[in-house]
Design a protein around this ligand. Structure first.
Ligand code: S3P
Length: 167
């Protein structure tokens, strides 16, 4: 029995979109860590990186996921670096929203890339992607192939989750 569902995956893979739809379909609360941090700090993620540094941001992520996972019955969307730098409660069902790098590149507009301080340029983002994918796999209980549109795979995800019993 799991307390919460935690979505992980690289920047732009669609964690927030999947999380919102999923939460609605299985009647759970949706929580987005980046969004909660931005509200709490009254500052955007890129401004936090610029003014306080990445390490400070990673501390905020760990604190936020720790606090959230004290509660139950939520679908939690994380930033792409959270499972790399933070530990996630073992009582969470961790889902890897898996996509290829080129799919992400096509999906993210320039405006969306600019919001992400670690998406400076294509080669460095691609290298980061290659470095991280095995960690996403290791950290997750289940992967969903999110190369296709959400509508095509959401029912697979919902069926899997309903089988797992999440509070
Ligand atoms: C990051 C991903 C971002 C955000 C921050 C750092 C990362 O979230 O948390 O810019 O290290 O991959 P998204 O995955 O929602 O873009």
């Amino acid at each position: 029995m799991y307390d919460n569902i935690v979505l992980i995956g690289f920047m732009g893979c669609g964690k927030t979109s999947v999380g919102k739809i999923l939460a609605r379909q299985i009647n759970k609360k949706f929580m987005d860590i980046d969004n909660l941090i931005e509200k709490e700090q009254n500052s955007s993620v890129s401004d936090i990186f610029e003014n306080k540094g990445e390490e400070y941001f990673r501390g905020l992520e760990q604190k936020c996921i720790n606090e959230l996972t004290q509660k139950t019955g939520q679908v939690i969307s994380t930033g792409g670096g959270l499972p790399i730098y933070s530990s996630i409660s073992e009582k969470s069902l961790v889902i890897y929203v898996e996509t290829e790098f080129d799919v992400i590149l096509n999906r993210l507009s320039v405006k969306e890339r600019d919001k992400r301080p670690l998406f400076y340029d294509e080669p460095s983002a691609r290298a980061l992607f290659n470095k991280r994918i095995h960690i996403y796999k290791e950290q997750s209980n289940f992967s969903i192939d999110a190369t296709q549109s959400i509508q095509t795979y959401i029912h697979v995800l919902v069926d899997y989750i309903l089988d797992q019993r999440v509070l």
